[in-house]
Ligand binder design. Structure first.
Ligand SMILES: [Zn+2]
Ligand SMILES: [Zn+2]
Length: 352
């Protein structure tokens, strides 16, 4: 069983997750269900309903792209090596590639989308309106319809470390007596040690993801983290991780070393100067959670061949964007400044 769509218990149509109500909704009969109702109403029935037409996919050896058949219409769905949820191109029904979310690739956690598609579109419009040197077609309806909700894969790391720091410090005291100025420098050797708990150190787990995009929409708020459940992906795109924990281990160790050194350094106060010598963080507890996090994404192919991104944190609304600039509009702006300036000069010349 590798492809599923989640069916409405009332009418058997496809269900999608609705960020606004945080429920699973049917667009045909307007039925709306909680996760518990969905699970009770159709225990594993999603797999029964869709077992036909869900044979093992054909996978291309070079690219890892795979071809599945759509559980609703039977059409062929071609997906990237990392796609885990998408829409059928033909019948536009949501499909979840369950086979890519099983075994060691089953995510531990997820934050469901909180910002609905409508709200994301409105916020995008409001944001671009302020950037008035952006080319017109960036605002076009066709362009905005490409706004896509994607669950991106991340690793979230919790750890406990024993941090240590040694530093040299100086305290300088100056005073004057008569005509003599005295300077007294005291030298100190400092040691700091402490156990530190780090929560949710975050790393992107997708190679093809634009680094700026997946990092700049952070932070996510861990209060909304829930145990992974597949129906939340219905109606969204989802990507499967292709970066393993081993590949990130050193980066996480380095990050934690830097944070822990800074935290210990912050406890050193009251000296004229401080020079850190050695620091270390010995890990004695660590937990890695493979987590899917929600991002609204819009990409735009500029006329110069560059790809521009607009991304919004699907939980908090934090925005990241690298916008195309329209040179037509920019030169109009420069022209305007020139005209006003010369008009002022002319008036000045005429007055005096
Ligand atoms: Zn229904
Ligand atoms: Zn289909």
């Amino acid at each position: 069983m590798s492809v599923v769509t989640f069916k409405c218990p009332n009418c058997d149509a496809e269900l999608t997750f609705d960020p606004e109500t945080q429920r699973f909704v049917c667009n045909y009969c307007q039925g709306s269900f909680t996760q518990t109702e969905l699970e009770a109403g159709q225990p594993a029935s999603a797999s029964d309903d869709t077992a036909q037409g869900a044979e093992a996919p054909t996978v291309s050896a070079d690219t890892g792209a795979a071809v599945y058949s759509c559980p609703s219409c039977g059409a062929e769905i071609t997906v990237d090596a990392t796609t885990a949820a998408t829409y059928c191109f033909y019948c536009h029904n949501p499909v979840v590639l369950a086979g890519r979310l099983e075994g060691k690739f089953m995510p531990h956690k997820l934050i469901p989308f909180k910002i609905s598609r409508e709200e994301a579109m409105e916020r995008f419009m409001a944001w671009t309106r302020k950037k008035w040197f952006v080319p017109k077609h960036f605002f076009s309806k066709k362009q905005i319809e490409k706004l896509t909700g994607v669950y991106f894969p991340y690793w979230l790391v919790d750890c406990d470390v024993a941090g240590s720091l040694t530093a040299k410090a100086e305290r300088v005291r100056r005073w004057r007596s008569g005509n003599t100025e005295y300077i007294e420098t005291s030298h100190y050797m400092l040691t700091r040690e402490g156990n530190i708990h780090f929560e949710d150190v975050i790393k992107s787990a997708l190679k093809k993801a634009n680094k700026g995009l997946v990092e700049s929409v952070q932070p996510f708020q861990s209060s909304d983290l829930i145990g992974f459940s597949m129906p939340y992906l219905s109606g969204f795109q989802a990507e499967k991780r292709d970066i393993e924990r081993e590949e990130l281990q050193q980066e996480v160790v380095n990050d934690v070393n830097i944070y822990s050194r800074q935290l210990l350094l912050d406890t050193v106060q009251g000296y004229t100067s401080v020079t850190p010598l050695n620091s270390g963080a010995h890990f004695f507890n660590e937990n890695w959670d493979y987590t899917l996090l929600p991002v609204w994404v819009l990409t735009y192919q500029g006329s110069n061949g560059k790809t521009y991104y607009y991304a919004m944190n699907g939980q908090t609304g934090t925005v990241f964007g690298r916008l195309p600039v329209s040179f037509g509009k920019l030169s109009a702006l420069c022209g305007g400044i020139f005209v006003i300036l010369s008009a002022i000069l002319l008036i000045a010349g005429w007055l005096f």
